[in-house]
Design a protein around this ligand. Structure first.
Ligand SMILES: [Zn+2]
Length: 347
């Protein structure tokens, strides 16, 4: 059974990169008849951010089979981190300042402290972080797209898995959850390859097999295009954005609008493009018009009514549906309906 995990890292409204990773995870997961898990890291579990995130994903038509919230599992990450200390694969680092801040690297050789000394200091109330004992050498990451990536252990060093306030690092919590929930594949941005390195090392420390990683090539954005809110600008329909971000990743036929079902059929690891390219707003708008042309009447009217925030009369429905091939998008549809109503009032 395949299981894909979508685990966004940042605590802002969804970026176009987040959406792309979510769409690709969804398409590959459904293509392979697998499941899709959403993992919400600490900051994303805040209600308002979670709502915004989920609403955007739902609007796009991405459903998850399960949702794991880091904030509900803090006890478990602590337990695993402490168990790694117990078997000598991690250690307490007391290099913590008064503000509970930790240094990037241990500065006092805490990894060499005898365990009774480390325990005595912890029991005495001294704040500490827990670091994974990485050691020397290198690890080889298996990535579907990048191939075998060899990374020197020294580039990450003995990284923190648990902070002094008891919260886990993103890489540690992701890795623990991936293993706990039998995740087989993780799709990410290529800029996040360092997380995979940490996750791989955590899996090795726990004698478990890490998931297969797939780091997507980067996409470049012009100013103001990196976040979903700014790209949508009221005109784009979800089908078009979904189709567009899928085409950024998979080699697909250019031209006509492709439905979610068709995209699921054609999604495959082999079909992923090697280069990411530029985000192209004109192409997104072109696809938007293509989707408006082929959309069913009921779906089209549902989107228009929801976008305009009102019910349409039968005449308005007929007229706006007839005009759909000349519309630039939803804002345009609402403007025309307003104009129709104004001209009726003027009679
Ligand atoms: Zn230290």
């Amino acid at each position: 059974m395949y299981k894909f995990a979508f685990s966004p890292e940042v605590a802002l409204s969804p970026s176009c990169d987040d959406i792309r990773v979510a769409v690709v995870s969804y398409l590959l997961g459904r293509h392979l008849d697998g499941a899709l898990m959403l993992r919400l890291s600490g900051a994303l579990s805040l209600e308002v951010i979670e709502d915004e995130f989920l609403e955007t994903l739902r609007w796009l038509g991405i459903e998850f089979d399960s949702i794991v919230r880091e904030v509900e599992r803090l006890y478990y990450y602590r337990e695993v981190a402490i168990s790694l200390v117990g078997i000598g694969k991690a250690y307490r680092c007391f290099c913590v300042d008064e503000g509970f801040k930790v240094l990037p690297r241990c500065a006092s050789g805490c990894g060499l402290l005898p365990s009774y000394e480390s325990e005595r200091r912890a029991e005495g109330g001294e704040p500490f972080a827990i670091r994974l004992r990485v050691g020397e050498g290198s690890v080889m990451l298996r990535d579907v797209l990048l191939g075998d990536v060899v990374v020197n252990n020294d580039t990450v060093g003995d990284f923190i898995i648990l902070y002094p306030d008891g919260s886990p690092s993103f890489g540690f919590a992701s890795s623990v959850d991936d293993m706990e929930f039998a995740v087989t594949h993780v799709v990410r941005e290529s800029s996040q390859v360092e997380w995979a390195m940490e996750e791989y090392l955590v899996a090795c420390a726990l004698d478990r097999v890490p998931p297969v990683f797939c780091h997507l090539p980067p996409v470049e954005y012009k100013k103001g295009e990196a976040f979903v809110d700014s790209v949508l600008s009221g005109n784009i329909v979800p089908e078009a954005l979904f189709d567009y971000v899928a085409r950024q990743v998979f080699s697909l036929e250019i031209g006509k609008a492709l439905s979610k079902e068709t995209l699921i059929k054609y999604a495959s690891f082999e079909g992923i493009k090697v280069k990411g390219g530029m985000f192209d707003m004109y192409e997104l708008e072109r696809l938007n018009r293509e989707h408006l042309k082929v959309m069913s009447e009921s779906r089209f009217l549902e989107l228009v009514e929801s976008h305009c925030g009102c019910s349409l009369t039968q005449r308005e429905k007929t007229v706006i549906y007839e005009q759909r091939e000349t519309l630039s998008g939803m804002d345009d549809a609402c403007k025309r309906i307003r104009r129709m109503r104004d001209s009726l009032e003027g009679i």
